[in-house]
Design a protein around this ligand. Structure first.
Ligand code: ADP
Ligand code: MG
Length: 326
């Protein structure tokens, strides 16, 4: 396949004509640059993420899984900002123009792109070692974007879904094993929590998506908000796949494993009823796991009340940075 055919395939699958939709780009694929219309009263939220073979995914990763994940990690960032996805751009570097690969990649992108309402508005196609860069654009009401910096002492800390499945899948894969379906799906086909993110606008005081591990990402909120936190490890939500592990092994995966793509956010303590409504409306599990404090540090409590110090790097990173900022 030559570049023109690749772009035509992507356009057919991901920005099909006729484009009568309100969010269709004014000028899309085929000109020197795209033109999009930002509706009055809205702001554009823009994010980009690159996946490189060998660094972010294994060479044997299926093209459809790679495509899904490249879009999912970007939409997860939009979800964390409370934005509604609108358009995306695709920078594709391919070692060859293998048409089978391109078809699988393109059709792997389709379900998530359709479900989340994003249209492909442009991109770039080059040859070289395999890498995928997606830039996603979303819309929020003016001034309403969720940030990392608004957490207040007394707020509840909440996470969506379950933590640790993707980290378990990666561990099993690295040791040459085959993960069970549920954890494999968590690693290869994460679902961005868009409905939760949108529902948090006006409710959450801060929000982040968990890509580098719960401790590392909650620490970003704590630093940006200049607060501390107390987390109850017994409340961290996990799937059945993690039930058979010892508590400390499970906590390590949940606290420091990456790639969860769940949301971690804070809400005022008197908003728990709205949290339940959002859980029902979005169909996602939303679990209160702790409280924001004014201590300036993150305290992890075991069910018996004792403090837990994980060995993972997320924790080291947190204490270093807190010292610098404190
Ligand atoms: P230019 O040389 O002017 O940068 P290109 O030949 O790179 O133009 O791209 C032509 C058109 O095809 C542009 O609209 C560009 O956005 C689109 N395009 C190229 N590669 C991709 C891709 N991987 N995904 C989506 N659109 C693409
Ligand atoms: Mg170009």
């Amino acid at each position: 396949m030559v570049e023109f055919d690749i772009v035509r395939q992507l356009q057919k699958d991901l920005c099909p004509a006729p484009l009568s939709r309100k969010s269709a780009p004014v000028i899309g694929i085929g000109d020197d640059a795209a033109v999009v219309e930002v509706p009055p009263g809205k702001q554009l939220v823009v994010t980009t993420d690159t996946l490189v073979e060998g660094t972010h995914f294994l060479p044997e990763t299926a093209p459809g899984d790679l495509a899904h994940k490249a879009l999912a990690v970007n939409l997860s960032d939009l979800a964390a900002m409370g934005a509604e996805p609108a358009w995306f751009f695709l920078g594709l570097t391919l070692p060859s123009g293998d048409s089978d690969w391109v078809h699988q990649f393109s059709s792997g992108l389709q379900p998530l792109a359709r479900a989340s309402g994003v249209l492909l508005a442009g991109g770039d196609t080059t040859s070289g070692p395999l890498s995928v860069t997606i830039t996603a654009l979303g819309l929020v009401e003016e001034g309403a974007a969720l940030t990392r910096s608004g957490a207040q002492p007394g707020n509840l800390i909440v996470v969506s879904g379950q933590l640790g499945d993707a980290a378990l899948a990666l561990e099993i894969q690295r040791s040459g094993g085959l993960p069970v379906d549920s954890v494999h799906v968590a690693l290869d086909r994460p679902e961005p929590r868009l409905a939760v993110g949108a529902g948090l606008v006006g409710l959450a005081t801060s929000c982040i998506d968990i890509s580098d591990g719960f401790v590392a990402d909650l620490s970003h909120i704590l630093r940006a908000s200049e607060v501390g936190a107390e987390v109850d490890l017994g409340r961290l939500p996990h799937s059945a796949a993690l039930s058979s592990l010892t508590e400390s092994r499970r906590w390590e995966l949940q606290l420091n494993g990456g790639d969860d793509y769940e949301l971690c956010f804070t809400i005022p303590a008197d908003n728990e009823a709205e949290l339940h409504r959002l859980a029902q409306a979005s169909g996602e599990t939303l679990t209160v796991v702790g409280t924001v404090t004014d201590s300036g540090r993150l305290l992890l409590r075991k069910p018996d009340g004792a403090e837990f110090t994980p060995v993972g790097s997320g924790w080291e990173h947190f204490s270093d940075s807190m010292e610098q900022s404190g």
